[in-house]
Design a protein around this ligand. Structure first.
Ligand SMILES: Nc1ncnc2c1ncn2[C@@H]1O[C@H](COP(=O)(O)OP(=O)(O)OP(=O)(O)O)[C@@H](O)[C@H]1O
Ligand SMILES: [Mg+2]
Length: 300
């Protein structure tokens, strides 16, 4: 358990009683016998106050722990399911091929293509889990060097391109010709932007419109990915960057995912001294932003 998790308990059970006792002590010192007359009342109020604040703090901690535990269980179920599905289909096709049930070379090729696709999906999922484990344990270190932002964003767009083969996308690249440089771990920043582009792709309907933009303003440069999907309800917006969190609406639950993408984006961006945010009006798409400090003034 991290310090910030037990902080409410420490405040509720240590700081508040200590502060109340100090106040009582000061009152007795300053007002002498007058305060002593009220000592019993003051003690009762202190006791009740401490009990209420301590209990509220305990409940808050228990509530959060229960929420994380539930998200973790959902996550394990989801991951097990996502590992099992491609494995089942790989096993089925391999067995069919082994038994020589597919004689037609064209159908054999199709079966092998499916096996290759499912294998790629499986290794993608495993890499994601390993990446996240490295981040959680603090083993993912960002090696920052001066990077002109334009080429970083173009690399993210290039990595996103294979998605366009699966489904047409109206992709808008709205980047000014001279973007500043940032201190960044290039591959990590590419990965963060790619995660946002992939989400925009995943969570939009058949008519997909995605826009990647960036704007520099003073010491900050802001990257934005906007889509024309269903958007995110206000109650989900404050949680989407939490690990394992997936929005509650059942339609989005049908889309594959582990709920780690945005938590990874946040980890990367915070590791670069930046901030992530989301703006969305349900029904009108979503805009995810990454704000980063500009490196040492000059444009790259
Ligand atoms: N562009 C978007 N439009 C609507 N909802 C979104 C969008 N991006 C994220 N969300 C919501 O936020 C949740 C968390 O997103 P995140 O990228 O962390 O996980 P995921 O996409 O479910 O899984 P993963 O990225 O790990 O495969 C998603 O499950 C989805 O409900
Ligand atoms: Mg995602």
């Amino acid at each position: 358990m991290k310090l910030r998790h037990v902080l409410p308990l420490i405040i509720g059970f240590v700081f508040v009683p200590a502060a109340l006792m100090l106040t009582v002590g000061i009152l007795i010192l300053v007002y002498g016998s007058v305060a002593r007359d009220y000592l019993f009342g003051i003690l009762i109020v202190s006791l009740v106050g401490t009990t209420i604040i301590g209990s509220a703090a305990t409940l808050a901690v228990l509530f959060r722990e229960a929420r994380v535990a539930k998200l973790q269980t959902d996550f394990v179920n989801k991951v097990s399911h996502e590992l099992r599905t491609p494995l089942t289909s790989i096993r089925m096709f391999v067995e069919t091929l082994q038994l020589g049930r597919l004689q037609d070379p064209q159908r054999q090729r199709e079966a092998l293509e499916i096996v290759a696709e499912e294998t790629a999906r499986l290794s993608g999922l495993i890499n994601r889990l390993l990446d996240w484990a490295r981040m959680e344990s603090g083993r993912r270190v960002y090696e920052l060097s001066r990077q002109p932002l334009g080429p970083v964003l173009d690399a993210a767009l290039a990595a996103f391109e294979p998605q366009l083969l699966h489904h047409p996308v109206q992709l808008e690249r709205d980047l000014p010709p001279r973007l500043p440089s940032v201190m960044a771990d290039r591959s990590a920043l590419v990965e963060a932007v790619l995660n946002l582009l992939n989400n925009a792709f995943k969570y939009t309907g058949p008519d997909k419109r995605i826009r990647l933009s960036a704007v520099a303003s003073g010491p900050t440069v802001t990257i934005a990915v906007t889509d024309n999907g269903p958007g995110i309800p206000l109650r989900d917006q404050k949680h989407v960057f939490d690990k394992f969190y997936r929005a509650s609406d059942p339609l989005r639950r049908t889309v594959e995912g582990t709920g780690l993408g945005l938590a990874m984006v946040k980890h990367i961006v915070v590791g670069h001294g930046g901030k992530v945010s989301v703006e969305s009006e349900p029904g009108c798409g979503a805009t995810f932003r990454i704000a980063l400090p500009v490196a040492g003034g000059a444009h790259g």
